[in-house]
Write a protein that binds this ligand. Sequence first.
Ligand code: BTN
Length: 278
Amino acid sequence: MTAEKQRPRPVEPDPDPDAIRAFLRQTGTDAELLFFPETDSTNSEAERQLAWGRSPPFAVLAAAQTRGRGRLGRRWHSPPEGNLYASFVFRPRMPRGRIQAVTLWMALRACDFLRGFTGLPLGVKWPNDLVLEGKKAGGILTEARVDMDRTLDLILGLGVNVNSRCQGWPAETDGKAVSLAAVQGNRFDLNRLAAGMTQTIWRAYDDFFLDGRPAKMRELWERLTIWREGEVRLRTTQGALKGKAEGIDDNGALLLRLPGGRVEAFHSGEADPDTGTK
Ligand code: BTN
C-alpha cells in the first residue's frame, strides 16, 4: 500500500496548492511553495530539501504531519483538520544572536496578520505562542543551521489551529489548545489564510533587516503581548524564577525586574503570568 493510501481520510478538504499559488501571484509574492498532503514534519521536510540542494527562500506546506514538532521537544498535534502546518526557509547570513529576534518578530507579524484576517483578538505570549482566549492557537519552532559566527539557513516552522475543533486531542493539549474556527463559530478559508500568511512572512523577512525594525517590533509588542506588565513566572533550563515584565529589548529578549530590583534580559524559556499557584 502506498503512503498516500494509508493516510487517514481528511476531515477537511486538503489545502489546494494551486489556489494558494494563485492568491500569492495576485499579491505579487514571489514565493516558491512546496505542498505535501502529508509529511512527517514540514521542518524536517525543509531540512531534507536543503540537504538535496534546494536554495532558499521557499515554503513547505502540508495538510497533515505525522511527527509535528513543537518547542522544547514537545509534539505538535497535526491532524488533517484544516489547520496550517508550514515552514518558511531563508538564508539570512546574519549573526547567530539574532535568531531570537527574528522569531519574535515573525510571531508578532503572524499574530497581526491573523487578527486582521479573522477579526479575532489573538495575542502573543513570549517568546512565540499565538494565544486566543487564554489558550494556544499557534506557535513557531525556529531551527537553524549555523557556523561559528553566522546563521546559514533558517527554518521558521509555523503551526496554527485554524479549523480543528480540538476535540479528542491528546491529553497534553486538553483544555490548552484552541482553534480560530472554534472561537469564531465558522471555518476559515485555509487557502486564503495560507497565502496571506506566506505573503506576511515574506514581507516580514525583508522588513527584519530595515533600520526601523526594533522600534516597529516594540510597537507591535506593546499592542499584541498578552501581558504588558505584571508578575511573570519564567522556566529556563537553569530553573524557575519570577519577575516583573518590563518589555523586550532589541534582540527580542524578555526584560524581567527580579526581586532584588535588577532588570535582566532572558533569551529563552517558558513564560506565564504568575498567578501565585505552582
Ligand atoms: C510550539 O511549540 O509552540 C511550536 C509549534 C510549531 C509547530 C509547527 S507546525 C509546522 C512546523 N513543523 C513542525 O514539525 N513544527 C512546526
